[in-house]
Write a protein that binds this ligand. Structure first.
Ligand SMILES: Nc1ncnc2c1ncn2[C@@H]1O[C@H](COP(=O)(O)OP(=O)(O)OP(=O)(O)O)[C@@H](O)[C@H]1O
Ligand SMILES: [Mg+2]
Length: 291
């Protein structure tokens, strides 16, 4: 997330990351975890209009049955705790209990939907994790999410050896990802890269069209349906299909495939993956495309 965070925050916010090498793995949907961290970082940014420090600290956390019995917020078990702290305006004590409510926002109309924290909270609860928020006015806020410990991975050395052995590297398919929302583009690109794809991106249809015309190394096109500019994702998919019949194409959209077809947006047989999608959903859609 390091690069995404740096690009999402102004330069007057310093980013401190504390991720010890001895950290356990945790079990959670990777895409949702990325978006949770990004949501918390954006909240921190908004709380520090004058700049400040964003600190993300990761730690192994064992909760004993005694501790869990004393604190209703805690569950016994082993977790990886990720805490996101800012040195911002803080949250008043009377407001604090409401911040995770859906649609609760103190931001101006059009600035925030009030869904950020409720989504983070929902994701953590769904992952059998712990959610904690502490805040002091004019001092700052810390949101901690703890996710259940996962299995130990083979040691780093073994992984590095496997990586440096070209014989074990599958061919990397090049994907053109077209998405106008920067956060969404970054997180999807990141997921694709982590799945072994070679990713190039465009933020509008016209640029993507040119890329498809100019280069022949693109094997998969993933395009958002609603794009700003003259060419939307459906037009782009139609163009790509006519120009490069062998190209594999996936549309992604905030609307379901059913809704798009009912609305007449779709003329073709191109698969639509509804947003928001998890890493598993994306893998599934890519597999189906291959068939
Ligand atoms: N780090 C923080 N510092 C100060 N206040 C915060 C912080 N995080 C959240 N809040 C308060 O909680 C409210 C709800 O946050 P939440 O992320 O759910 O929605 P939002 O940021 O207003 O909108 P959205 O995230 O949907 O764009 C915010 O409007 C703000 O008042
Ligand atoms: Mg928010």
């Amino acid at each position: 997330m390091r690069d995404i965070l740096r690009r999402s925050l102004p330069t007057n916010i310093e980013i401190v990351l504390d991720t010890p090498a001895t950290l356990w793995t945790c079990v959670a949907d990777a895409t949702q975890l990325d978006s949770a961290i990004l949501n918390l970082a954006i909240n921190a940014r908004d709380a520090m209009p004058q700049g400040g420090t964003l600190t993300i600290r990761c730690a192994n956390q064992s909760v004993s049955s005694d501790t869990a019995a004393r604190d209703s917020e805690l569950i016994e078990g082993e977790f990886v705790c990720i805490s996101v702290s800012d040195s911002g305006v803080g949250i008043a004590p009377d407001v604090l209990p409401r911040v995770i409510d859906p649609f609760f926002t103190t931001k101006e109309v059009g600035q925030g939907s009030g869904l950020g924290l409720s989504m983070v909270y929902g994701f953590v609860k769904q992952s059998n994790g712990l959610f904690l928020i502490r805040s002091a006015v004019n001092v700052g806020t810390t949101v901690s999410i703890s996710l259940p410990r996962g299995p130990d991975l083979p040691s780093q050395d073994a992984t590095d050896i496997a990586r440096s052995n070209p014989a074990q590297q599958p061919a990397r398919a090049r994907v053109l990802l077209v998405e106008d929302n920067e956060d969404m583009r970054d997180s999807t690109a990141w997921t694709l890269t982590s799945l072994g794809y070679d990713v190039v991106t465009a933020s509008d249809g016209e640029t993507a069209k040119k890329m498809i015309e100019d280069r022949d190394d693109i094997m998969i096109l993933i395009a958002d349906v609603m794009l700003t500019g003259a060419m939307n994702g459906v037009d782009l998919a139609d163009f790509a299909r006519a120009r490069r019949p062998k190209l594999k194409i996936l549309n992604i959209s905030g609307y379901s495939e059913k809704a798009l077809r009912a609305g007449g947006t779709f003329r073709t047989d191109i698969t639509v993956l509804a947003k928001p999608f998890s890493r598993a959903d994306l893998i599934d859609a890519l597999d189906k495309m291959k068939a």
